[in-house]
Design a protein around this ligand. Structure first.
Ligand code: PLP
Length: 434
């Protein structure tokens, strides 16, 4: 595969941008090799600068639920842009997008922002302002964007780079952050027993997708999110469900649509922006009433509710019908079965972990049958993933360039795209076996 143009673009990029990329995972650091510079994307496919075409299993890390360049989303964007691209004043479309989010979730009110990071940092600030408490609980391996106080034991790029937190975040900033292991009920109980009346909130991903995908485990018929929500309420703390990744992707109503557990506050991004920078946080009306300009907790944004991003988000949510979720769920199930069969055939120990249609493949040590938390995720055989990844890439399948990420599908991944992935699997499985 010729990647000369991507290689040249990467060299040039490195002279003007640290590492040549605007978000670390794009640099292929974890897997090595030349990051592909993308020229265009349509449906389930990416085309790089050298003209190589790939079936895309990253989907922009989640937003492209309908596939790339969906004609109706493009038309909505073009129509909105005709009328001006930013006003710094309210619009009707913003209200429509807020209503569309509220319609799909248990929350009463929404505030639009520009990124998932902004959504979670604003939700944390609001939780602290509302409760008058300082401490927060998060899970090791859960990533909520690059919010200083949440960069303690985070997943995603932080996991990939193996950075335990990051320089630049002061000890003071994370001093009020309590980190516990995911799916560890005793640890969460212990944290509340020790700090209960100081805890403003617990934040969790609807289902973790940033240390690879981890399933929220059930015990005695009670799901992990229900357990967390109940425990928060026992102690007067808020439960924040971060659905930036799962929201409007794993079902019409996100993770809430799967387990029925909403947050007092919830955060959204990715799909609701239709490929544009748009995100949101929202929750109970009495909590949201503490937000400026009604309340005293400050939060703002020059481009928040941007009309072009709003149009893309509205069109995406409108087009994300039951058929779309049925298709993505079915494709996910088929692909999981095919990956399992190929790895089994090649004798590669693995765990395929999924929550709804979101899944990832852990290359584990022999005998390991479950990956319930970050410690288990970190124990995976990263070199096997690297071999698997490069073989798939050579055969025209673009997987996440890190073993700590989920695989994303879209409604545009049809049988042709699936066949191409399936055809590439045996060679990749052999590569992983070596
Ligand atoms: N929360 C979750 C669960 C995420 O997966 C991400 C990004 O991957 C974020 C928050 C941060 O969103 P953004 O990258 O838009 O800032």
């Amino acid at each position: 595969m010729n990647v000369d143009r991507s290689a040249a673009a990467f060299e040039r990029a490195k002279t003007v941008t640290p590492g040549g990329v605007n978000s670390p995972v794009r640099a292929f650091l974890a897997v090595g090799g030349t990051p592909r510079f993308i020229k265009s994307a349509r449906g389930a496919y990416l085309t790089d600068l050298d003209g190589n075409e790939y079936v895309d299993l990253v989907c922009s890390w989640g937003p492209m639920l309908l596939g790339h360049a969906h004609p109706e989303v493009l038309a909505a964007v073009a129509e909105a842009a005709q009328h001006g691209t930013s006003f710094g004043a309210p619009t009707q479309a913003e209200v429509d997008l807020a209503a569309a989010i509220i319609d799909r979730t248990p929350i009463d009110q929404v505030r639009l922002v520009n990124s998932g990071t902004e959504a979670t940092l604003s939700a944390i600030r609001l939780a602290r302002g509302f409760t008058g408490r300082d401490k927060i609980i998060k899970f090791a391996g859960c990533y909520h964007g690059h919010v200083d106080s949440l960069l303690a034991s985070a997943g995603s790029g932080v996991a990939t780079l193996g950075i335990p937190g990051t320089p630049g975040v002061t000890a003071g900033t994370t001093a009020d952050t309590i980190v516990v292991a995911y799916n560890d009920r005793a640890a969460v109980r212990q944290a509340f027993a020790t700090y209960g009346d100081q805890i403003a909130c617990l934040i969790t991903e609807g289902a973790p997708g940033n240390m690879g995908v981890i399933e929220p485990g059930a015990e005695d018929g009670i799901g992990f999110n229900r357990f967390l929500s109940d425990l928060c309420h026992e102690h007067g703390a808020l439960f924040i469900s971060d659905e930036v990744m799962t929201g409007f992707r794993v079902s019409k109503s996100g993770q809430y649509g799967l387990d029925g557990v909403g947050g007092d506050l919830m955060t959204f991004g990715k799909v609701m922006g239709g490929g544009f920078p748009a995100a949101a946080f929202g929750g109970r009306a009495d909590i949201m009433a503490h937000l400026a300009p009604v309340g005293s907790v400050y939060q703002a944004g020059t481009l928040s509710g941007n009309p072009v991003a709003t149009a893309a988000g509205l069109a995406t949510l409108r087009l994300a019908t039951a058929d779309v979720y049925e298709t993505v769920d079915k494709t996910s199930e088929q692909l999981r079965a095919e990956v399992h069969a190929a790895l089994e055939q090649a004798g590669v120990p693995h765990v395929i972990s999924h929550s709804g249609n979101l899944f990832s493949v852990f290359f584990v040590a022999p005998g390991v049958t479950a990956v319930p938390d970050y410690t288990a995720a970190q124990a995976q055989q990263a070199q096997a993933y690297t071999a698997f990844f490069h073989s798939m890439l050579e055969d025209g399948v673009y997987l996440p360039p890190s073993a700590f990420e989920g695989w994303f599908l879209s409604a545009a991944h049809d049988s042709t795209a699936l066949d191409r992935i399936v055809a590439a699997l045996p060679r990749a499985a052999q590569a992983a076996a070596r």
